[in-house]
Every structure is written in structure tokens, then in C-alpha cells.
Design a binder for this molecule. Sequence first.
Ligand SMILES: NC(=O)c1ccc[n+]([C@@H]2O[C@H](COP(=O)([O-])OP(=O)(O)OC[C@H]3O[C@@H](n4cnc5c(N)ncnc54)[C@H](OP(=O)(O)O)[C@@H]3O)[C@@H](O)[C@H]2O)c1
Length: 306
Amino acid sequence: MAMLMRISFLATPSKPPSSFSDSATIYQKPTPSPSRFHWSASSRRRAGILAMADGPVPTVLVTGAGGRTGQIVYKKLKERSDQFVARGLVRTAESKEKIGGADDVFMGDIRNAESIIPAIEGIDALIILTSAVPKMKPGFDPSKGERPEFYFEDESYPEQVDWIGQKNQIDAAKSVGVKQIVLVGSMGGTDINHPLNSIGNGKILIWKRKAEQYLADSGVPYTIIRAGGLQDKDGGVRELLVGKDDELLKTETRTIARVDVAEVCIQALQFEEAKFKAFDLASKPEGTGTPTTDFKALFSQITTRF
Ligand SMILES: NC(=O)c1ccc[n+]([C@@H]2O[C@H](COP(=O)([O-])OP(=O)(O)OC[C@H]3O[C@@H](n4cnc5c(N)ncnc54)[C@H](OP(=O)(O)O)[C@@H]3O)[C@@H](O)[C@H]2O)c1
């Protein structure tokens, strides 16, 4: 069986991966760090725009709920049950079990539009955290200084997952009248020659960008979060940075904790300032700057619709 590897997105923005250490991180069993954001129920209710004071609590589906960021979002939604009814979509029974196996976790494959209908029916908002995942070809020996090679499994190329799969989700969500779709994408999409596009010949950033454009053109209120390199670190302890057009990639601040991305996904549902916006997201190193707690102010800084 091929060794599972996860590409460390955006670790080397200006040159192709040349070694084990700068191109990939070994897949680890997800161990999400607890968020350090503490929002009281009342302040969250005040901030909520999806959850109207006298209306029903909105149902929010997160797809890729077994993934490393998706499972943090799912957990946070469950923890805020005064504010959201959580739902998750995973691909396998194994992933469902991994996140607790509750009845609110649906199984489906985003490449198959019909299979996701039960999960989508009745939702008010959708958070898309699915992505094609390249695998490393077997036989790679980092001790010999070799370059790892990656591939996508048949029918699991970015074209199928990041384009057709995201399009299927957007179409299904639109057909049930969702009030907002949050899509997590990646920085790097302005450069068609970005090294990530050559991995497994998948053109991953190009297909992700196409899905982002489709969402922006859909008419559904949207928030497109183009994350920097994702890290499994504590959340709520760094100042978050928003940007546009991959400008952050040219700086030293181009990474972000998965927990922080998860929090931004949920906060985006709570502020009008996050709607019809697309932005890059990274953070300052811990210990510099002021940890972000005012998300309305963060979203207000964003001026870009795409
Ligand atoms: N890694 C980085 O540094 C980085 C940087 C910037 C942006 N991003 C983006 O940020 C997002 C979150 O990244 P992550 O590392 O947290 O994600 P991840 O752990 O790779 O999770 C991806 C999820 O997509 C699911 N998926 C794949 N194909 C599917 C299909 N056909 N049907 C249903 N589900 C499917 C996977 O399900 P299974 O568990 O069943 O495989 C997995 O749960 C992704 O869009 C990623 O591209 C990543």
C-alpha cells in the first residue's frame, strides 16, 4: 500500500519541492488542539446572523468532516449547540467512527451528486473542507536524499474532487436555498506555475480556483478562505492576517493553525462583513502581535470579492 503523505502546502512558494523535508509532511493521525477562543453563549447569540433570536437554530453541514480541519469545525459546531445544529459529511464508515459516529454524520462521496443529497437536505449553511489528497509513491527513501514523487488515485484527481466535487456541493446547497457557503481553498492560486500544480500532474490550485469562481458566480452568499500553509498548532493565540492576490506569500507570515482556520469558518457565518468576500488567511508568529478576537473587525478589513 502506498505510504500516505500529506503535502505541506505553500511551504516552498518559489521553488519546486526538492527534498522530503520541504515538500511534504508525514501524515499523522489528526490531533486537533483545543481552541482557546472563549465566546459566551450570550455574546455568540448576539453576534449570530444565521441564528435569529426567535428563529430556529441553523443547521450547518461541514464536508470533509473527517479531515484534519473539517473535524475541528465539526467539533466546534457541536460544542456551540445553542447556536448551531451540526452536521458532518464523510466518505467512509471509518471516518465517521473517527469523529464519534453520531447520527448527524452522513456518508457520501462529493463526486457523486446524489450521494450527498441526504446530508444537504434541510441545511442553512455549508462549510466545504473537502480536498483531493496526493499520495506518495512507495519506495521513497529520505535517507538517500531522494525527491519524493506523488500521485492521485484514479478518479481522485483534483479535477474530480476539487472541481466536480465542490461544484456538486455548491449546486446541491443552492438547490435547497442555503443562506451561505464557506469554502476553504488555498493561497497560491494566482500563479498557474505554482509548484503545487505539478504535484501528481493534478493542477490542484487551478481546479480549486475554478470551484472558487463557480461559487462566487453562484449568487449564494459566500466566504472564500484561501489559507496559507496549515499547521497543527494551538488556536486563538496568534494575530490573524487577511490579504489578497497571494501578497502574503511574499512575506514571512504565510502559515496558519488549522484550529484558527476552523474558527474563521464558523465566525464567517456570524458576520455580514464576511459575506461575498474572498481572502487570503495567515497569522503572525505566536508572541508577536495581538491574538485576534474581534472577527467583525477582521472581516471588515477585507475588500475583495474574489
Ligand atoms: N495542507 C496545507 O498546508 C494547506 C494549505 C492551504 C490550504 N489547504 C486546504 O485546506 C483545506 C483543509 O486541509 P486539511 O489538510 O485539513 O484537509 P485534509 O485533512 O486533507 O482533508 C480533506 C478531506 O477531504 C475528504 N475527501 C476527499 N475526497 C473526497 C470525496 N470524494 N468525497 C468526500 N470527501 C472527500 C477527505 O476524506 P477522507 O478522510 O475520507 O480521505 C478528507 O476528510 C483543503 O482544501 C486543503 O487543500 C491546505
